[in-house]
Design a protein around this ligand. Sequence first.
Ligand code: 3PG
Length: 306
Amino acid sequence: MKRVLIATEKPFAPSALSKISEVIKQAGYEVNLLEKYQSKAELLDAVKTTDALIVRSDKVDRDVLDAAENLKIVVRAGAGYDNVDTTYAKEKAVVVMNTPGQNSNAVAELAIGLAIYGIREFFSGKSGGELRGRTLGLHGYGYVARNVHRIARGFGMKVIVYTRYSKAQATSEGLEVTGSLEELYALSDVVSIHVPAKGEHLKSVSMDILKHLKEDAILVNTARNEVINEDDLCAFMEQRTDVKYLSDIAPDGADAFADKFTGRCYFTPKKIGAQTQEANTNAGVAAAEQIAGFFENGDETFRVNR
Ligand code: 3PG
């Protein structure tokens, strides 16, 4: 009997977990569970005999791939797979997949929530602002950004976007695509970042881009830390005392940020963008179904390491 390990340092909601387990059992496989583990050693031990692995932001590095001697497939139940060493997995003939779009509404709702928290002065009682009538700039236009666009329209915001890869999608939805990232930052009251932690996006939010931000701009990051040039952001916020930064991923220097920029920054204590029952269910069930599809029919539709 094939074994499927669900290894989640940040567990799925119990209701999601029972649905995910049901799909795995229906396929005739054994479900193994490792939740809230404290050390890499626990993960290395748990993967030893598994045929398939479902993870979230859990690090699947060389050590994990070497320890998992029977492993054929890893599914990252979520969008960003920067936590998986896809190249080494390919070398070891391990298929890596993600579940694109499945948790995107949850992350989008958090992005809007952070924008409201920022514009309302962190619910401090100080007079804030409203989103209606303001311009939202989407940095990237993947599944999360598309949901942010849908929600922001309901708030009466003007939405613009900078994207290299989804221009046709954006224009077909009536969005104005700016000619450059600099232009997006210059025109937006709120910028919401939605690019993956890879390639040209790494540290792409640098001083060269930030310096174009409008007065009183709010920068919201529900993507990844790695897309921010943290030193530049820190230097920029020292110069520009009007700008706010809210993120679902605390920067490496979170304490220094909190000390220096009191009332201008906020970081969730743990990455919670996709932490809803709905997103857990959608992403986790999709992961389980993709594993069954792979083992039973050789389906590699969502493979990311071809
Ligand atoms: C993703 O890439 O899907 C999100 O960042 C969610 O990550 P999580 O599963 O660790 O919450």
